[in-house]
Design a protein around this ligand. Structure first.
Ligand SMILES: [Zn+2]
Length: 247
């Protein structure tokens, strides 16, 4: 265990509020969180609590479109600065690679949901931390030769705005590398969003034109490509994490 500076400890206060994630009456879950902590991280929650709305008076914020699984990961992140998304650590002896890849794909889907929820909360640190895990997952999934697309492209393109969304860029990069000439036929059979198809084909053309047909997925954790904080010039979440102070 590393010790850290007391100056970098959480400032919690005594007030709490409740976030209701998911659809009522039976698909929701309530999360009680320290007011100061969540409002420091989420401008969306802060704005909701500043207004004289019912939410602020009742100290209850409803997010019906948010998956409770994603919000659980968010609460863990707020208190621990860790992303607790893993449902499996490695392929277990005796289990098939198929079972392992299904678990990774499920985690990938959950983290995509987390990134989109981070957009609603306007918490760019959470989005950037989530993105770093997504990139690692992409590398592993690609190494196993598994597809991650399916309905995901539809979901991402319906829930993100702007051509420069890092989530779209990640999906396009992964698909571009996975798309061998043999798989091209399958790609066209799917009814993917038009913008997605256009971006993938442009990237494939550039890649093949440059003579790069290698299988390595070059997903560097570069702030300028995949982190939201870079657009506003703010510091990276990595520089805000508590630093260990060795004795
Ligand atoms: Zn960064």
């Amino acid at each position: 265990m590393e010790r850290c500076s007391s100056k970098e400890s959480l400032v919690l206060g005594t007030m709490v509020l409740t976030v209701r994630a998911g659809l009522e009456p039976d698909a929701h879950e309530d999360f009680t969180v320290h007011d100061n902590l969540i409002r420091t991280h989420s401008p969306f929650i802060d704005a909701a609590m500043r207004n004289d709305w019912k939410e602020a008076q009742e100290r209850l914020i409803k997010m019906p479109e948010t998956d409770p699984v994603c919000f659980h990961i968010y609460v863990q992140w707020l208190y621990s600065s860790r992303i607790h998304s893993a449902v499996t650590t490695a392929a277990k002896p005796g289990s098939t690679i198929w079972a392992y890849s299904k678990a990774l794909n499920r985690e990938f889907d959950t983290l995509v949901g987390c990134w989109i929820m981070g957009d609603v909360l306007r918490d760019t640190d959470f989005q950037d931390a989530t993105m770093d895990i997504l990139m690692k997952l992409c590398r592993t999934i690609h190494g196993l030769g598994i597809e991650i697309l399916g309905p995901l492209a539809h979901y991402v393109y319906a829930h993100t705005t702007g051509k420069t969304s890092p989530l779209k860029a990640l999906l396009v990069a992964h698909t571009t590398v996975s798309l061998t000439p043999r798989k091209m036929e399958l790609f066209f059979k799917e009814d993917y969003p038009k913008d997605f198809v256009t971006e993938v084909l442009s990237a494939v053309y550039r890649r093949w034109n440059n003579g790069n047909t290698g299988q390595l997925l070059n997903l560097e954790a570069k702030c300028e490509t995949y982190h939201q904080h870079y657009k506003t010039g703010g510091p990276c979440y990595k520089d805000k994490l508590p630093k260990p102070m060795p004795l």
